[in-house]
Design a protein around this ligand. Structure first.
Ligand SMILES: O=C(O)C(=O)C[C@]1(C(=O)O)C=C[C@@H](O)C=C1
Length: 171
């Protein structure tokens, strides 16, 4: 669930940013599902499915398919940054490994699917705000607020910045 916008957040960009933050946080569960199993972090088939599905829905929402693909590619790359960071952490400090292994197909990907749908809706909702010249500055503030609100550490906060880097000035 998207948490309510902090008073100082740019109302138009808060939901988009908070959903991207949640997508970065769900990488912990993805990594926990895969760590110590033969499943690699990279799943090109799943990535293609996400990108094709988002691209197909874009025109109906008045969005440019290429821009939507770029945005979701960034979401996926950000997710992988977190997964790799956690793998490194868990390898170096076995005591920090997650206690359980969630099921990727039934527990984790359905959440990602919902976040993807929400993000696509928000891309459409924020078309005007993202086209404004003020977008970069407002987004930077919103990202810092999401960092604080969700208590993101450096790994997740860096990934969130990467996730939203193409959000401004896209149709
Ligand atoms: O679903 C997975 O297996 C993930 O690792 C998540 C995710 C994503 O961000 O959607 C990231 C990397 C994979 O290549 C595919 C998808």
């Amino acid at each position: 669930m998207v948490s309510p916008a902090p008073a100082s957040a740019s109302p138009g960009l808060w939901e988009l940013t908070d959903l991207a933050a949640q997508r970065v946080q769900i990488a912990d569960k993805v990594a926990a599902a895969k760590f110590g199993t033969p499943s690699p972090i990279d799943d090109p088939v799943r990535e293609r499915q996400i990108l094709d599905s988002m691209a197909a829905k874009a025109p109906g929402l008045g969005l440019d398919a290429d821009s939507v693909v770029r945005f979701f590619r960034d979401q996926i790359e950000a997710n992988k940054v977190v997964q790799r960071g956690l793998y490194a952490r868990w390898t170096e400090h076995p005591g920090t490994r997650p206690p359980g292994r969630p099921d990727l197909g039934t527990e984790v990907r359905p959440v990602i699917d919902r976040l993807n749908a929400g993000l696509l809706t928000e891309l459409a909702e924020t078309r005007d705000a993202r086209a404004r010249r003020s977008c970069d500055a407002r987004l930077a503030v919103t990202v810092r607020l999401a960092d604080a609100r969700r208590g993101l550490d450096r790994l997740h906060s860096g990934a969130l910045s990467e996730a939203v880097r193409s959000a401004c000035s896209r149709s």
